[in-house]
Design a protein around this ligand. Structure first.
Ligand SMILES: Nc1ncnc2c1ncn2[C@@H]1O[C@H](COP(=O)(O)OP(=O)(O)OP(=O)(O)O)[C@@H](O)[C@H]1O
Ligand SMILES: [Mg+2]
Length: 264
């Protein structure tokens, strides 16, 4: 396990709501390698969003461990977690979580400003252009459609070029053309910056372009398949998934190549 960027060991999540105690994740053991693209699938209520929240340190595991970039997220204070996310992660929430009092371009600029970028607004504008929202920069979230808000949320998470991007159904509200633009932006993070991607998705065309598909069922991992590395290339359709062990060497070689590229 030399190059795992995210690793969960028997991670559990139990929440207590007014309706009582709910066991949501029942012991998830999962490693994501640096530069890997992982699609997280499964039925509604199977725990996909909850698992993403654990990976991002937005929810604390109630058992087991969650590590990112070698750090134990459960041992960090809230402030340390916030700094860790700022420096290393982008998160696209299922419900977007845009700041209602800021315009689209201001929402995208916030993490760039926090990172000390003097060109925050120009970079934010370029990112919105890339997702087809150049004409909506000065709109507030309430003045945007659901799909437009989703694209702002993706632009905001992608703009700082995070090492790890966690995205919850990032193309869920989009038509084919805008879904494709968002897919290019997200997958481009891996291609151009070596980012690790974990994407919750029901979209077969997005899952088909990921290295690996993990399926959850009732809070447990019910499937974990690595695809032929060649089949995830930008210009090829998805091939049938093949057993993980057969491809380990090949996937590692691909990742090493990508890291080399990212370092250029
Ligand atoms: N705060 C909470 N308190 C109690 N139960 C919760 C809470 N949040 C989520 N759950 C329950 O946890 C389970 C998993 O929810 P989660 O949102 O992770 O599912 P999901 O796989 O993302 O579903 P979807 O595809 O509908 O987004 C669901 O049964 C849900 O009702
Ligand atoms: Mg969800």
């Amino acid at each position: 396990m030399t190059d795992a960027i995210l690793s969960l060991t028997d991670a559990r999540l139990t929440l207590t709501s007014h309706a009582g105690r709910v066991d949501i994740l029942h012991g998830i053991t999962l490693s994501v390698a640096a530069g890997e693209t992982l699609a997280l699938t499964g039925p509604s209520g199977s725990g996909k969003s909850s698992l993403l929240m654990l990976m991002g340190g937005l929810e604390r595991a109630t058992g087991g461990s969650v590590r990112a970039l070698g750090a134990d997220l459960s041992a960090m204070s809230e402030d340390a977690l916030a700094r860790f996310r700022r420096d290393h992660m982008g998160v696209v929430f299922q419900s977007f979580h845009l700041i209602p009092t800021l315009t689209a371009v201001e929402n995208v600029a916030v993490p760039l400003e926090l990172a000390g970028r003097v060109d925050a607004f120009d970079a934010a504008a370029a990112e919105l252009e890339a997702v087809g929202l150049g004409h909506r920069m000065r709109h507030y979230p309430a003045e945007l459609s659901g799909g437009e808000q989703q694209r702002v949320a993706v632009a905001r998470a992608a703009a700082p070029r995070p090492e790890i991007l966690l995205a919850d159904e990032p193309t869920g509200n989009l038509d084919a053309a805008n879904g494709a633009a968002v897919m290019e932006l997200i997958l481009g993070l891996r291609e151009r910056h070596g980012s690790t991607l974990v994407l919750v998705t029901h979209a077969p065309e997005l899952a088909a372009r990921c290295d690996r598909v993990v399926r959850l069922s009732d809070g447990r991992v019910a499937g974990d398949e690595t695809r032929d590395a060649a089949a995830t290339g930008a210009d090829m359709g998805g091939k049938a998934a093949v057993p993980r062990a057969d491809l380990r060497g090949k996937a590692a070689a691909t990742r090493a190549g990508l890291r080399g590229k990212a370092a250029e």
